[in-house]
Design a binder for this molecule. Sequence first.
Ligand code: F6R
Length: 241
Amino acid sequence: MNVLTFPSNEELNEAAAGLLTATLHQKANAVLGLATGSTPIGVYEKLVEFYKKGRVSFQSATTFNLDEYVGLPRDHAESYYTFMNTRLFQHIDLPEANAHIPDGHADDPQQECERYDRMIGQAGGIDVQILGIGHNGHIGFNEPGDTLQSATHLIELHEETRKANARFFASIDEVPTKAITVGLGTIMKSKSILLLARGSDKAEIMRRALRGPIDPQCPASFLQLHPQLIVMTDSEAGRLL
Ligand code: F6R
């Protein structure tokens, strides 16, 4: 594991976007695993800036997002589909057909999970997976539990996760109760993983995840087993590492 702590958000964004840009320079048709949430927003802004300056192209890249709420219309302001379009996709040259997000409105969510996993496999797997981390140690929406699922699956969001995400909705009642998430096994098969964390409220869970025992009650702790894990934090989130 390679842990890099940055004194400012700007430097963290620059380094993370730089790593993704370098990946695309080495392999123009790289497969990127993308996350939503507040943590990667600055990285996406940097990527847009790099694209506009001609430093990177996504023309041959493919992307797979980690998760999507079940039950929100695709064009809902808080769907991850809308998030990705407004934050990244509509500003870069990634072909629409190459950008994948689980369909939270599929008639048969189980079939959608299987289709999604198959597509990742057919694309050759993920080259670089970007991850944020939940306060309870979730990655994607792989919530803590007695057992963890390997493949893409339908999950019930924990109350803590719904509360954390209620900040984006008018009230907690509007936060969906279910989501589709790429499973831990699929995440762990990524060739490399870039875990991002910012803010003092993430310091303790980062310590548990990276320095504590490997435990399904903290799904991110399994990342310790990944041979190519890069961790980028600001000085607050990395304080206890
Ligand atoms: C989002 C995702 C989640 C978030 C996590 C942290 O696609 O998979 O695991 O990364 O909930 O969210 P933020 O970044 O908002 O603190």
